[in-house]
Design a binder for this molecule. Structure first.
Ligand code: FMN
Length: 154
């Protein structure tokens, strides 16, 4: 299975660190949205879209890229993110815009992952930020298990 991760991680590279853990399991390349030629995506069997959460959603570079992707027929994809806060319901909401775009292009979103990431946005910087040390070992362990499940469901 040939896998690709497309990742934008602009705040503290929190999502970038999670991407590295997932990439190791999947033996995947990691690229930024700006490095993607939309046509090359057809070479891959599984594509992961990763981003920090900024103002309740994934980075617009991912949805802009999704707009440019060619239509596919049930190609497998997954979404992962780090956020200041995180739970399953919130992740579903944070990912909804990107998920809908990808589904409209024919992608099948096989699973989604989110964990907390260090956050010094806005006033938080005056208090040393929130979620210091996140993603932590437990987050990486969960990300690894998430990736292993993706492999099993191949
Ligand atoms: C401008 C900005 C807006 C943010 N908005 C949200 C938000 O709406 N919800 C949330 O859970 N976290 C929010 N955060 C926190 C980030 O999602 C969190 O720190 C994440 O781990 C950043 O990922 P990155 O280091 O990969 O960019 C925001 C951070 C920034 C800088």
């Amino acid at each position: 299975m040939k896998s690709l991760l497309i990742v934008i991680s602009i705040h503290h590279n929190n999502t970038g660190k999670i991407a590295e853990t997932i990439a190791k399991v999947l033996d995947a390349q990691i690229k930024k949205p700006s490095q993607i030629n939309p046509e090359e995506i057809t070479e891959f069997d599984l594509i992961g879209f990763g981003s920090g959460i900024y103002d309740y959603t994934t980075h617009k570079a991912l949805s802009n890229l999704a707009d440019k992707l060619p239509n596919v027929n049930n190609k497998k994809a997954f979404i992962f993110s780090t956020g200041g806060l995180s739970n399953k319901r919130k992740a579903q909401k944070d990912h909804s815009k990107l998920r809908e775009k990808l589904e409209s292009k024919g992608y099948k979103i096989v699973n989604e992952f989110q964990c907390k990431g260090f956050n010094t946005n806005s006033f938080l910087k005056y208090f040393g930020g929130m979620n210091k040390g996140r993603p932590n070992d437990e987050d990486h362990k969960n990300a690894k298990e998430f990736a292993e499940k993706l492999m099993q469901n191949e």
